[in-house]
Design a protein around this ligand. Structure first.
Ligand code: C2O
Ligand code: CU
Length: 473
């Protein structure tokens, strides 16, 4: 096991020392997050209330907003019938605050509390969600946005947030509780039959009111446990200004195939609403057929301006350590498994194993570097040990027939190559998609000490073996 009681005690001492400093965390007012079950009307046109799990009886949970550099204390109370933890996806936290059960902390037992002391080195669009039984807890409704404002925000008329997800609903409107089925673990993951936008059934006539001439900043978060989105905006030409919270050179969102948002991923867009008053335009997900998920509905008000605003939209960069590709050490991780993959997928207890055996005997479906991670994957040896400050290029080789949004905790990385092609912008990401039978090179400086999760954010894949740790020591 990678975390001992002594480590926790040490972490506790460190926290106590930090608290005695001039900007003591004791001066920060705590925010309370209660995790529990409640009933929620998903479709405003229907009388049905669906039993969901959520933070502070809200779906999604409350939007947590902080300023860059600010400190926070967040007291999580577990009122769920099972253990949990909370992870602050994308926030470069000290390891002890990362919210990973058995790796960075003990699980929070039902009825117990845990206080997270955070600070926010980066501005951007982040989110929070449980990291225990996440393949069940997240799709039941436990997720929320965490927004860290820039020191000098860009000028827009409105800041809009869309948290996208889905749910699998039975005809009576209640959730189907079939989490973690091996056939879904070994394929696309558990895809719901109802897309949700900010907790409301998408396509239920929902419209976002806009005014002609106005400039929107639209923050998108994919909080679904397995569903990817590809968004297409009729009548508009959004500019992407950030991925996963980190600024990028503003560029038009791809029109062919839509803007890709795998589970866990975020994008910030700037949209100039230059159509005429009274008109309405669909925003569609074109990933699985075409589903209208929202409409930009123009009010009758007279246009705010006749030409798009000229205010600059590029975000000031956060202070991320720049990897030096020439001196970087190179590592490789090979992913295998899944029902549509090669039959032989590595070793278990030293013996070659087939995908069928892995599924039947171990309820797993994926291997990393040809080793299956048993149930208690988290207690296994890290598959990579990096020196603190090491510059790293990590090549991920996807030998499976599936897409995988891979997420690294505690760090941001640049995506430097897709297959053998260097990428155009080397965007910073905390989650990057590997195409089926494709490879992806990422580069980063391992500057945050601790044991960090590296896993697929299709949460059924993670529980099925696509989850391991990288130690920075
Ligand atoms: Cu958003 Cu390890 O998770
Ligand atoms: Cu995956």
């Amino acid at each position: 096991m990678s975390v001992t009681r002594r480590d926790f005690l040490k972490a506790g001492t460190a926290a106590a020392l930090a608290a005695s400093g001039p900007r003591a965390s004791g001066q920060v007012k705590p925010v309370a997050l209660h995790m529990g079950a409640f009933d929620q009307r998903l479709d405003p046109a229907s009388p049905v209330r669906t039993r969901v799990w959520g933070f502070n009886a809200a779906l999604p949970g409350p939007v947590l907003r902080y300023r860059k550099g600010e400190r926070a204390r967040i007291v999580v109370a577990n009122q769920l019938p099972q253990e949990t933890t909370v992870h602050w996806h994308g926030v470069r936290v000290p390891n002890a605050m990362d919210g990973v059960p058995h790796v960075t902390q003990h699980p929070i037992a039902p009825g117990a509390r845990f206080e997270y002391a955070l600070s926010f080195p980066d501005s951007g669009t982040f989110w929070y969600h449980p990291h225990q039984n996440s393949f069940e807890q997240v799709p039941r409704g436990l997720y929320g946005a965490l927004i860290v404002e820039e020191e000098k925000p860009i000028e827009v008329d409105r800041d809009e947030l869309w948290v996208l997800s889905d749910m699998k609903l039975a005809p009576d409107g209640q959730q189907v509780e079939d989490f973690g089925r091996i056939l879904e673990v070994a394929t696309d993951g558990r895809i719901g039959n109802q897309i949700l936008l900010n907790g409301t059934a998408a396509g239920s006539g929902r419209a976002t009111a806009v005014r002609s001439g106005e400039r929107l900043r639209l923050r998108l978060i994919n909080a679904a446990c397995a569903r990817g989105f590809r968004l297409a905006f009729a009548g508009h030409r959004p500019l992407v200004i950030a991925y996963d919270g980190q600024g990028t050179t503003p560029h038009p969102a791809p029109t062919a195939g839509g803007l890709v948002l795998g589970p866990g991923m975020r994008a910030d867009l700037v949209i100039d609403c230059m159509q005429r008053p009274g008109e309405s335009f669909a925003v569609s997900d074109v990933d699985r057929g075409t589903n209208v998920i929202a409409r930009l509905a123009y009010s009758q008000e007279r246009p705010l301006r006749g030409l798009p605003s000229e205010a600059p939209v590029a975000l000031a960069p956060n202070q991320l350590p720049e990897p030096d590709l020439r001196s970087a050490t190179r590592h490789e991780i090979v992913f295998q498994g899944g029902l549509r993959g090669a039959p032989l997928i590595g070793l278990i207890d030293g013996k070659p194993t087939t995908i069928q055996e892995l599924m039947q005997k171990h309820a797993l479906a994926w291997t990393m570097n040809r080793t299956a991670q048993h149930e208690h994957a988290l207690m296994h040896e890290p598959f990579l040990r990096l020196k603190r400050g090491e510059h790293v290029v990590l090549r991920m080789v996807n030998e499976t027939g599936y897409w995988h949004p891979m997420h690294l905790h505690g760090h941001f990385f640049r995506v430097v190559a897709l297959g053998d092609k260097p990428t155009l912008r080397r965007d910073w990401r905390d989650t990057a998609i590997m195409a089926p039978r494709g490879s992806l090179d990422i580069a980063f400086v391992a500057d945050n000490p601790g044991v960090w999760m590296f896993h697929c954010h299709i949460l059924d894949h993670a529980v099925g073996g696509m989850m391991g740790t990288i130690a920075v020591e």
